[in-house]
Design a protein around this ligand. Structure first.
Ligand code: SF4
Length: 264
């Protein structure tokens, strides 16, 4: 009998540690636009090894949920989260110094929340590691039960949740944001070249904090739309160097705009 299971983190030169899942199974709220422009289509994400890792993660998530529910999956996620601790975590605790880089995990570099049970597992895991800063972007706001629990996750002090919007789904995102308790969600905008700039004021009216990602590929990006409520991601426009040095903060850790206030 073949056995190909196991959960693994990824680490990339922009965000640092992250967890990823196979898109075809997990992106339940994917829009046509995000399917077309997803950076997961890029060469770096399409190697056999990367694809196999995301598929294995998804298969393992489903197995653990089936055999032991959210609690069993959460136990395994916590083991992963602990692997993301900076190397000087213990000595920093003893000496009272700051760690060399912050302890952060981005939930999903690729993939999304696909079921209530899966969100529940992250809720348990994030609660049990309050010193780790988590953040996530999601388009899974079209399914009411998933969205309701995602709201709970996003309201934890050590978690920041972002509703991912584009020209295909921004009305649904505005609705989700307005129906949630205050300060649950912020908005992350995928700005493609066809985005109508007239949509920005209605988005900005409901969300006071919006991060914008002008569509980019191979170092080129579309001209960013400017608005007082929009913060254009500085990593897209080249303000931060992408790198793999373990002893220096990655761009997202240094910028921290998308992270929970815990780490600012
Ligand atoms: S705005 Fe900052 S934290 Fe958010 S994705 Fe860009 S670099 Fe990362």
């Amino acid at each position: 009998m073949s056995h190909d299971y196991g959960l693994e983190l990824t680490s990339n030169s922009k965000v640092g540690w992250a967890f990823s899942l196979q898109r075809s199974e997990s992106c339940i709220g994917a829009t046509e636009l995000c399917r077309r422009l997803c950076y997961g289509n890029g060469v770096r994400y399409q190697t056999a090894g990367q694809k196999a890792k995301r598929e294995r993660n998804f298969r393992t998530v489903q197995l653990l949920l089936e055999r032991g529910g959210p609690e069993l999956l959460a136990e395994n996620l916590v083991m992963l989260i602990d692997q993301a601790r900076p190397r000087d975590w213990l000595t920093a605790k003893i000496t009272g110094c700051a760690t060399i880089v912050p302890w952060t995990v981005r939930i999903h570099d690729v993939g999304d929340f696909h079921s209530v049970e899966y969100v529940h597992a992250w809720l348990i895991a994030a609660r049990s590691r309050p010193e780790c800063a988590f953040w996530f972007y999601t388009r899974s706001f079209t399914q009411a039960d998933v969205l309701a629990l995602l709201g709970e996750l996003a309201r934890l002090e050590n978690v920041q949740g972002w509703l991912s919007v584009d020209s295909d789904n921004y009305s649904a995102a505005i609705l989700a944001l307005c129906n949630a308790p205050t300060a649950t969600w912020k908005l992350a905008l995928l700005q493609d070249e066809d985005l109508d700039p007239d949509a920005i004021p209605s988005i900005a009216e409901v969300a006071k904090s919006i991060v914008s990602f002008p569509y980019h590929r191979s170092g080129r990006y579309v001209t960013p739309i400017r608005h007082k409520e929009l913060t254009v991601c500085p990593a897209v426009t080249g303000a931060y160097e992408l790198h793999n040095r373990v002893s220096e903060p990655k761009p997202c850790q240094a910028c921290s705009f998308c992270l929970p206030a815990l780490r600012r």
